[in-house]
Design a protein around this ligand. Structure first.
Ligand code: G6P
Length: 444
């Protein structure tokens, strides 16, 4: 490694980038980023320029020698990178709006990571990630890929199954959001809370919760057992849990579990929101417009607090701590998406899971939990099967594999609806999938 670190962020024109820049500035002493390359596509050039200029002002204000390089040439950026972060949105927010809106017509939640929306986001994203990996193999074979692009679990799974690249860590802000949510419930500082996380991305449970090392799961569950008091993130309606259910579960669910345990209510909620203020993509389009107006202000030289209205708030903390711990071999514990390697007994060893890991310079080492409790094991396995088959569909572009993925998603009620939704979404996104007469190539 040359003096200082070279980081490349694909999707650098994202409105989230100022968070990342703030995170690197805060940690400059332990994580000396020499160059931060922000890469985008020609369509995103204007946003890249705006965000890039803000990043330069932030760095200048902080008085650190971090060079911000802007480019539309990914290969130029990747050369000799130490860490590559991916946060792009294939198809931009317009594609997300379709993912969220079309399934609603069929009485199904779209959701950009969990339901039919997640499948389509995966179909668009996975080929691009595999392309980036091919470039990395050639241009920066020693680098680590830190992926935040959704659906992060499915993307990590696809990399393990459909490439030889192993230096990938999938990252999400849900665990950090849960930790902050618990701290708020207990009215204590987040640093005093720790959680035993295990499951999959957007399907992660807190198996135990500790305050200053003392188990407090029962107390937390007691506080959650109110019909009108949940714990959520900005992009998910804060529906309370059925008090008796949450007591029976005796695990800390993540905000996304509402889609599975409160499917009807969430559907009604999303349908109403779509009719009144637009789907989440449409709300975010508006929010982005406001954020970019702020970013254009030449006087602005810090991350504006309005960014915290986005669902991914605080993700930079997770990302920068992860990179810091890997670079400095800190061997602390962080929840990330990595290869199972036996950490959860009922999930294949070579699948991606989200779990507490010891973070080392050689990557995350998952902390084995034995197995997931029986009441949640089946759902987690079903989502894992969905992710596997969806990632195969993304690689083979086989219609039947895509249909299979859609049909086994727990939010999709029947084979007929699965086909209707799939067909309409394939057409809306202009995707060409071929029927291979049911002959499947990869999934065993
Ligand atoms: C959550 C998820 C992220 C997701 C984000 C969407 O925080 O953990 O994976 O990207 O929400 O937020 P948005 O503001 O785009 O709806």
């Amino acid at each position: 490694m040359k003096e200082g670190i070279k980081i490349v962020t694909v999707g650098g024109g994202s409105s989230y980038t100022p968070e990342l820049v703030e995170g690197f500035i805060k940690r400059y002493d332990s994580l000396p980023v020499r160059e931060l390359w922000l890469v985008d596509i020609p369509k995103g050039e204007k946003k890249l320029e705006t965000v890039g200029q803000l990043a330069r002002r932030m760095v200048e204000k902080a008085g650190i020698p971090m060079e911000i390089c802007l480019t539309l040439d990914r290969r130029e950026a990747l050369k000799d990178a130490d860490f590559v972060t991916t946060q792009f949105r294939a198809g931009l927010l317009d594609a997300r709006a379709k993912d969220e809106r079309i399934p609603l017509k069929y009485g199904v939640i779209g959701q950009e990571t969990n339901g039919p929306g997640g499948l389509f986001k995966g179909l668009r994203t996975i080929p691009i990630i595999l392309d980036i990996i091919r470039d990395m193999e050639e241009l920066c074979p020693e680098a680590w890929l830190i992926n935040f692009t959704n659906p992060a679990g499915m993307v990590t799974e696809a990399v393990f199954r459909h490439s030889n690249w192993r230096k990938i860590v999938g990252l999400c802000n849900v665990p950090i959001g849960m930790k902050m949510g618990v701290a708020e419930l207990l009215d204590v500082k987040p640093e005093r809370i720790s959680i035993d996380f295990a499951g999959l991305n957007h399907m992660v449970y807190g198996l135990n919760v500790y305050l200053d090392g003392k188990p407090v799961l029962d107390e937390v569950i007691g506080k959650l057992a109110h019909p009108d008091k949940g714990m959520t993130m900005k992009n998910i309606a804060d529906l309370g849990w059925e008090p008796d259910f949450i007591q029976a579960l005796r695990l800390l669910p993540c905000p996304y579990h509402r889609y599975y345990y409160q499917t009807e209510k969430m559907f009604e909620e999303e349908k109403q929101a779509a009719a009144e203020s637009g789907t989440r993509a449409e709300v975010v389009q508006q929010l982005e417009g406001e954020l970019f107006k702020l970013y254009e202000d030449p006087e602005l030289a810090v991350k504006p607090p309005q960014l915290e209205k986005r669902g991914g708030a605080f993700y930079s903390d997770a990302a920068c701590s992860l990179i810091d711990s890997m670079y400095n071999d800190l061997q602390d514990i962080q929840p990330v998406n990595t290869m199972n390697r036996g950490a959860i007994a009922s999930i294949p060893d070579d699948s991606a899971i989200e779990i507490n890991c010891v973070i080392t310079k050689d990557g995350p080492k998952p902390i084995a939990i034995g197995d997931l409790p029986v009441p949640v094991r089946g759902l987690v396995q079903q989502i894992k099967s969905f992710e596997r088959i969806a990632s195969e569909a993304a690689v083979t572009k086989d219609y039947h594999t895509a249909l299979l993925a859609m049909s086994i998603n727990p939010l999709v009620p029947s084979d007929t609806k699965a086909k209707q939704i799939l067909d309409e979404m394939l057409e809306a996104h202009g995707l060409d999938f071929v029927k291979r007469g049911g002959e499947r190539t990869l999934v065993k």
